[in-house]
Design a protein around this ligand. Structure first.
Ligand code: UDP
Length: 398
């Protein structure tokens, strides 16, 4: 990490954690957009739970994957109990004795002009640390603190700290929930979820794109995803699709190397591409006709922009439950946990795309926020007081 003195560029601090791929993907999307639009700003991404807390919090990423995969009932219980304000606010109060000095040191090192949280556990505590640091050192003006919620509809109440300067949400449903949880409505903006800059201008020529990706331009493409970490019954679903549907199947296994190898070693009766973690997910979505996925908020937000009808096979209890309702109520997809029935429905959709695929695709596109990342970055920069606010790269000279 370069020393502050040798790097006078204004710094933006992004707090995230690797619990689920969505927080990190959203932080990376914001970082890339900051760097594209404001290249003279230094963006610092901090995996705060990993680097600055202690066991067991520092192992939150591993604990999270273990809990949601192996013990979903326990995860649901934990999520429900910690959703009670007196429980999570007590936990934060206890943690702040130890953690606030560490956060203040972080602020001292970076002297950020803006702090953004992309994680439910990183709002009250770092915001309180910021206010305390600011007061102790008589700094003026105080750098703004914003929260960008990476869940789509239902989210853990610890995302909402009414004292932050701005809360960015992805849907009207999330906005209503934030206000019910005590967020002043004038501080909430519905701008969409941060997605990779590539989603802003998706290629329109599907045939050419498929050829570019090594796919048959004329055969329907189904994209099977399972979050950043490759969770869930992907293998069973892939087998059922191969048995029942005449398509090209692209399976994205994310960071689950074992799953990737297992699927690559299998013999398939239809054309199947098995990919590991892909950076150009926007291209694979733009090349596809239907998405089969768990109800991850990031993936759903990207599918909306790409106009992809969605078949959901599962969800993480707690934070992803509302996403299932969202997809079904807006009539852009269905939740079908049984792999055989899911494949059967997929076959029906593809036999009659005018009835099943195209209308859902249009409704999905109408709900998407292709400009979300750019608008979020501009709105965040707008929070910085005028005298220290960075200007975009192409701003005309004064
Ligand atoms: N993702 C990706 N490449 C992959 C697999 C996933 O870029 O190979 C991205 C995906 O596009 C989405 C994020 O990882 O932006 C997953 O977030 P989501 O909220 O859907 O699920 P989570 O992994 O947090 O459970």
């Amino acid at each position: 990490m370069p020393k502050r003195a040798s790097d006078p560029a204004p710094r933006v601090l992004l707090f995230y954690s690797n619990t689920g791929g969505g927080h990190r993907a959203a932080a990376e999307a914001l970082r890339d957009e900051f760097q594209r639009r404001y290249p003279h700003v230094t963006v610092v991404m901090e995996d705060f739970l990993l680097r600055y807390t202690f066991w067991p919090l520092s192992e939150s990423d591993r604990f999270y994957f273990w809990a949601v995969e192996q013990w979903p009932g326990f995860w649901r219980w934990l999520y429900t109990v910690t959703s009670l304000p007196r429980v999570y606010l007590t936990i934060i109060r206890v943690l702040q004795w130890v953690l606030i000095p560490r956060v203040k040191r972080l602020y001292k090192t970076h002297a950020p002009v803006l702090i953004v949280s992309l994680h439910p556990l990183l709002n009250h505590l770092p915001r309180r640390a910021l206010h305390a640091w600011h007061k102790e050192h008589h700094l003026s003006p105080r750098p703004p603190f914003a929260t960008v919620i990476t869940d789509l509809t239902t989210f853990h109440p610890s995302w909402v700290d009414p004292e932050v300067d701005l809360l960015v949400v992805g849907t009207q449903e999330a906005c209503s929930r934030a206000c019910q949880l005590g967020m002043p409505p004038e501080k909430v903006q519905i701008l969409g979820l941060p997605v990779r800059p590539g989603f802003k201008n998706l290629p329109r020529d599907k045939g050419a794109l498929r050829r570019h990706l090594g796919l048959d331009p004329d055969k329907p493409v189904v994209l099977l995803m399972s979050g950043g970490q490759g969770m869930g019954p992907v293998e069973r679903i892939a087998r059922e699709i191969a048995n029942q549907v005449d398509v090209q199947l692209v399976i994205v296994t994310g960071r689950n190397g074992q799953l990737q190898r297992r699927l690559q070693d299998m013999a398939w009766s239809i054309p199947v591409r098995v990919l590991g973690f892909v950076e150009d997910i926007h291209l694979w979505m733009a090349a596809s006709d239907v998405l089969v996925t768990k109800a991850g908020p990031g993936t759903i937000a990207e599918a909306l922009i790409s106009g992809l009808p969605i078949l959901l096979y599962g969800y993480i209890p707690g934070q992803e439950e509302g996403n299932v309702r969202f997809v079904e109520q807006h009539n852009i997809g269905l939740y079908i946990p049984d792999p055989r029935r899911l494949a059967h429905t997929l076959a029906q959709w593809l036999q009659n795309p005018e009835q099943h695929v195209i209308p859902r695709s249009e409704r999905a596109r109408a709900l998407g926020f292709p400009q979300a990342t750019e608008q979020i970055v501009d709105t965040l920069i707008g929070l910085i007081p005028a005298e220290t606010r960075p200007q975009p790269a192409w701003a005309p000279p004064d």
